[in-house]
Write a protein that binds this ligand. Structure first.
Ligand SMILES: *Cc1c(COP(=O)(O)O)cnc(C)c1O
Length: 501
């Protein structure tokens, strides 16, 4: 299996090289030259497999340079223990109501779906080094507005041959997110609070990546920077597995007959999660429509409706913060496939996006997108209403991101009356975004004078479910990280960390 750049101006590489490099030298994203296919018989045989075995079969199709025994070991290390995933199914399926199901992607150590990829990525990266005879230590740098940083810390914690340094903005993460990071365990984890906002932290990390002095210091110590962001192929491939698992699980539970179509609804930001569903569909899984759900930052809704991508619009801060995005980077990979690998066209659109903030698809490409995708968005009110509605009608409590998906599905159903069963990707635990969830269920009075830790108990009562182990007692755990710096001091902090550890 070869990986090529979506912009067509870098040489093809192996999976290990694609994962190690992250982004291609021509600025494109590495993506499989061709999407592998399973026959229906092969997929039907997967009914016998548990999550770990299924992951092995699917990953092996993409990571052909990784020995199978190594893949098996990595998958086990990432998913098989209760400290990592609270349930052996990894991504259990639950029933909302007739023909509507939740794919619960939030049972990992940080209670959000990014764990599924970030638990495996460290192993894929360190193995990629072995396969390419690279003996340097990997230093992961992350600027985070909350979710990604914690998930990356948990993934890289105590993984030999790696260090991870996470910068978060002092003002701009929730109480829970702050405590999740400041109490982070592991002998190779470093968390720094930056006196500034998310952009300050992100710009600081970008500067460090390209600073020649820093590069030289790293080379002298046999170290190399890497990033854990969602354009890395190693973050995408683990996500394909759970769509297969969800479909097969519905068949095993007797909710679907093998071969029946299934619609998938995905709360979307950077387009990584829904692109994984597209891969599953292309590989032969009987998925029908892929429903792309956005919040008020609805660039993708417009794009799927008229083929015009336009980021020139106001940016909204919403109650589903992990979807507050105007540039969905992974869309570039979809464009590569729907144009039949026309890298000139993809390069041109990406150039226009960079220069003018917009581009327009041609009719042929647009028709291919319309055939597979439906796009919609919810306003803040609708998101809260969806949480309430699901509680009252299905007796389940969903988080704000999942609620965006549910709200958009309602619109889809009203517009199409499509009776195909649907699987909604539930991307976070409601406990993680408890202030908004409690507000939706009990009104502003429900959250009055309570901090996020007290609200964990409130939500446990309201939902009749237990507080996830990972969030319980968080405010009583000892703080392990004390570094604070100004944005311009971030480089010096990295030097200090690398010198002393
Ligand atoms: C990251 C994230 C999303 C968006 O996923 P993409 O792959 O970026 O589209 C949705 N929900 C939650 C809870 C997230 O953390």
């Amino acid at each position: 299996m070869k990986f090529v750049s979506t912009r067509g101006k870098s040489p093809a590489v192996s999976a290990a090289e694609a994962i190690l490099n992250g982004i291609a030298p021509d600025g494109g994203l590495y993506t499989p030259a061709e999407i592998p296919q399973f026959s229906q018989v092969e997929i039907q045989q997967m009914l016998k497999l548990n999550y770990l075995e299924l992951a092995e079969v699917i990953l092996a199709r993409f990571l052909t340079d990784y020995p199978l025994t190594d893949l098996r070991q990595m998958i086990n290390a990432a998913y098989a223990s209760p400290e990592k995933f609270a349930t052996p199914e990894v991504a259990p399926v639950s029933k909302l109501r007739h023909k509507q199901y939740l794919l619960e992607l939030f049972h990992g150590p940080t209670c959000a779906f990014k764990d599924v990829a970030l638990q495996l990525l460290p192993y894929l990266l360190t193995k990629a080094q072995v396969l390419t005879n690279d003996e340097r230590e990997i230093v992961i740098l992350v600027a985070t507005s909350g979710d990604t940083g914690k998930a990356a810390l948990e993934g890289f914690k105590d993984v030999p041959g790696t260090k991870i340094i996470v910068f978060f903005p002092q003002e701009g993460v929730s109480q829970i997110q702050r405590m999740q990071m400041l109490t982070q365990a592991g002998n190779n984890t470093f968390v720094v609070s930056v006196k500034g906002n998310f952009d300050d932290a992100q710009n600081g990390v970008k500067r460090i990546f390209v600073d020649p002095q820093m590069q030289q210091a790293l080379a002298e110590h046999k170290q190399a920077f890497s990033s854990a962001n969602s354009i890395n192929w190693g973050r995408l491939v683990p996500q394909i597995v759970y769509y297969f698992f969800g479909y097969l699980e519905l068949c095993r539970k007797g909710e679907l007959t093998f071969g029946d179509p299934l619609n998938v609804v995905v709360p979307t930001g950077n387009f990584g999660n829904i692109l994984a569903a597209y891969f599953a569909r292309e590989m032969g899984l009987p998925l029908a429509k892929l429903i792309c759900a956005s919040n008020s930052n609805n660039v993708l809704t417009d794009f799927i409706r008229d083929g015009h991508y336009n980021r020139n619009r106001p940016f909204y801060t919403t109650v589903s913060p992990s979807m507050d995005i105007l540039i969905s980077s992974n869309l570039e990979r979809l464009l590569f496939y729907i144009t039949g690998a026309n890298t000139n066209l993809v390069s041109q659109w990406m150039e226009e996006l960079k220069d003018q903030g917009e581009y327009q698809l041609d009719q042929t490409s647009f028709a291919k997108i319309k055939e597979v995708f439906y796009g919609g968005f919810t306003t803040e009110d609708r998101t809260l209403a969806a949480i309430n509605q699901v509680k009252h009608e299905c007796n389940m409590v969903i988080d704000t991101h999942t609620a965006v998906g549910q709200g958009v599905y309602e619109q889809y159903y009203q517009a199409t009356k499509d009776e195909t069963p649907m699987l909604l990707a539930s991307t976070a635990s409601p406990f993680k975004f408890n202030a908004t969830v409690v507000k939706a269920l009990a009104g502003t009075a429900g959250i009055a004078n309570k901090d996020e830790f007290e609200l964990l108990d409130t939500l446990a009562e309201l939902s009749g479910t237990a507080i996830p182990q990972a969030l319980k007692g968080l405010n009583e755990q000892p703080i392990k990280h004390h570094r604070v710096c100004a944005p311009e001091e971030m480089g010096a902090v990295v030097q200090e960390i690398l010198r002393n550890n």
